[in-house]
Design a protein around this ligand. Structure first.
Ligand code: PRX
Length: 653
């Protein structure tokens, strides 16, 4: 373990927005002493309101907290219109395609493109405030236009990651009751075209009655089927649209978007975010955590299908008036120097990615960063999963030249923006540690009764006061919202938000995230519910029972490990390899390739208690080849443990 602390570079600290720990503590004290006053100050300073709010926070209907009551705004005015006067010809988006094609979109062009798309949706498709629009898009500028066009009209967008299958897409369209789907014919990956529109066609084949129109951006100009009176070409329709579109007046608490994420049950949750609170924190964290300055160029490598892409490719950077880089493809194509070449080419100042990407880039091109001029970099970020010290060290030394601050940002789809992170000009960093809660965020590691955990012991990572960018509800299921997030811990007599993560606090107050304590696993920074994967696998006709656990993986952080009990062991199944392939095909069809299992082992049974509960802890230990410390005598059949271990030995897993 690396024990030492890394202090911010002197010059970086001198010019930073938060310059030292005293300034950090002052902000935190202010928030603790006058919580509403703190947020009132920032909301007034940062947001361009159409009309002001009458109250900062309404806690009367907890946990359905409301922020900036009665305030009116439009998020696209915050992200675009207000920049036109002073930044009209500044690059808003720099786009680089998979094949090296480039586009620079200025704020003025962004304004026009978003307005044209909004007019198209309003005039041709009748999209109105409150309608749901599902986006199934590749990483192209039109994806950002589509999100912003929805926001301009007050329609609620729900972006579905392009790697999800038709089945998963259908579930999300149906749950949201979407009126319109926006997609592309396809796009490019590793130099080759791939398709998206056929997946939408497949999803809409059964059900999805709410969908009236499909808008197709032609990106790779592949041959696709066009269904009359349903499918329309964006490229054809957009040219005749006016480039002025009146922004809908939105209430602070109107929904801005839904984003589906996995929980510990099979059904994904439509996390609902609001307008004002979300955009406020998206902008503030851009400024504080990335220390964003006027001339900075910011690159977040996420996909817009995840919350990181929402907050730190589109909404945060644009609200802050930054230049945001968007890229299609993978950072390892055409070679492991792709990312560093882009950093050099665009003189990128902040680079934000996932630990899995760092591990892959490290493995494939340890000395690749040295071939490029990376001197523009000031802040390096990580997100989505714990980063291990060796990857951290390589990032710090080889990419950051020992000069950049690394911000290990902990947050979630539900939190809307960063919650715990170093501040690049202030925080002495301990490698692979998220450090301290951001000013205004009351993140605490506690026991279920609200008492603080002892230093070095794991507790529940909770946010003990509401915050502006928090999830408002689960779309269509307020009960599930309250139960999922506000039923595990209580502090001062009040149910508090529990993140699902465990964490440890050291004697200096540094917080290290230890990972999920629920049945959610994190593969390459992608969050997946074991129950979701299990219900997919159960659709295989020969599977009687299944249990999925996460297994530590050198590159992906965690990999998916499935224990299968067959209905009939003599069912004439072919080779084990064949079964594994079939099961992974089922997963790919039900969820998508991202949920494929790395290890599938057929076992004679699962370790269950007498009441029938599967003991996953035992299965996790077996997968990790760790000794079983739990008392197995209470199992319905204690001998099953040895049998499972044998099955693993035979299968070579
Ligand atoms: O387990 C935590 C992990 O990712 C989960 C949230 O996943 P998702 O909602 O998909 O959002 C990912 C991007 C914000 C968390 O519950 N996680 C996120 N950031 C970190 C992390 N684990 C360790 N360190 C982090 N910095």
């Amino acid at each position: 373990m690396l024990e030492e602390k890394y202090y911010p570079d002197r010059k970086l600290a001198k010019d930073a927005r938060i310059r030292n720990m005293c300034e950090y503590r002052e902000l935190m004290e202010w928030a603790k002493e006058d919580y509403e006053g703190f947020w009132d100050h920032w909301a007034k300073e940062k947001i361009e309101w159409i009309s002001p709010y009458s109250k900062v926070l309404d806690e009367s209907d907890a946990p359905f907290y409301k922020w900036f009551i009665d305030g009116k705004l439009n998020v696209t005015q915050q992200c675009i219109d207000r920049h036109i006067e002073i930044r009209k010809n500044k690059a808003a988006i720099i786009f680089e395609g998979d094949r090296g094609d480039k586009q620079i979109i200025t704020y003025l062009e962004l304004y026009r493109n978003v307005n044209r798309m909004a007019n198209l949706l309003r005039n041709e498709f009748g999209v109105q405030k409150g309608d749901r629009v599902v986006l199934y898009m590749p990483m192209i500028p039109e994806a950002a236009y589509a999100m912003l066009a929805c926001a301009r009209l007050g329609a609620i967008h729900s972006v579905v990651f392009g790697g999800f299958s038709a089945e998963a897409l259908r579930d999300r369209i149906e749950d949201a009751g979407a009126k319109v789907v926006i997609t592309a014919d396809g796009a490019f990956r590793k130099g080759k075209p791939y398709m998206l529109k056929p997946v939408v066609d497949e999803a809409l084949k059964n059900g999805c009655e709410s969908v009236e129109k499909v808008l197709v951006v032609q990106r790779n100009f592949a041959d696709i089927a066009w269904i009359g009176a349903r499918d329309y070409s964006y490229n054809e329709l957009v040219v005749s649209q006016p480039d002025e579109c009146e922004a809908e007046t939105m209430d602070s608490e109107d929904p801005l978007f839904l984003l589906y994420t996995s929980g510990s049950t099979g059904k994904p949750k439509g996390v609902q975010h609001s307008q004002a609170g979300y955009i406020l924190w998206a902008q503030m964290t851009m400024e504080w955590v990335f220390d964003l300055k006027e001339n900075d160029t910011f690159w977040c490598t996420a996909d817009i299908g995840w919350i990181t892409g929402h907050t730190y490719i589109v909404y945060g950077p644009l609200a802050a008036g930054a230049t945001t880089v968007m890229f299609e493809g993978v950072p390892t194509y055409p070679d492991a120097g792709r990312a560093w070449k882009m950093v050099e080419e665009y003189r990128i100042n902040q680079f934000y990615t996932a630990p899995t990407a760092i591990r892959v880039l490290h493995k494939l091109g340890e000395s690749e960063p040295q071939k490029y001029n990376l001197s523009s970099l000031r802040v390096l970020g990580t997100v989505g999963e714990p980063i291990d010290p060796p990857a951290w060290k390589w990032y710090y030394e080889s990419v950051g030249g020992g000069r950049c601050s690394i911000v290990d940002t902990w947050w979630q789809t539900e939190t809307g923006g960063h919650m715990i992170s170093p501040l690049p000009g202030a925080t002495p960093i301990k490698p692979a540690c998220a450090t301290f809660p951001l000013p205004g965020i009351m993140a605490e590691v506690i026991e279920p009764d609200g008492s603080p955990v002892k230093s070095g012991e794991q507790g529940l990572l909770c946010i003990t006061r509401p915050w502006p960018s928090m999830i408002r509800t689960i779309w269509g299921d307020p009960e599930r919202f309250a139960k999922s997030y506000f039923s595990d811990a209580v502090k001062d007599g009040r149910a508090v938000y529990f993140s699902g993560d465990g964490a440890v606090v050291d004697d200096e107050g540094y917080i290290t995230i230890t990972g999920r304590v629920d049945d959610v696993i994190n593969v390459s920074g992608h969050r997946m519910g074991t129950a979701e994967i299990e219900s997919a696998i159960k659709k295989h006709p020969h599977v009687a029972e299944v249990a999925v656990v996460g297994k530590p993986d050198e590159l992906k952080g965690e990999s998916i490990f499935a224990y299968i009990v067959l209905k009939d062991t003599e069912s004439g199944l072919g080779e084990e390899v064949e079964l594994n392939r079939e099961i992974n095909d089922v997963i790919a069809g039900e969820i998508g390739n991202i949920a494929k299992a790395d290890s599938i082992v057929v076992v004679p049974g699962l370790p269950k208690t007498r009441s029938g509960k599967v003991m996953r802890r035992i299965l996790r230990a077996i997968a990790k080849k760790e000794p079983i410390t739990q008392d197995i005598s209470t199992l319905e059949d204690p001998s099953i443990v040895g049998k499972i271990e044998n099955a693993l030995k035979c299968s070579g897993c």
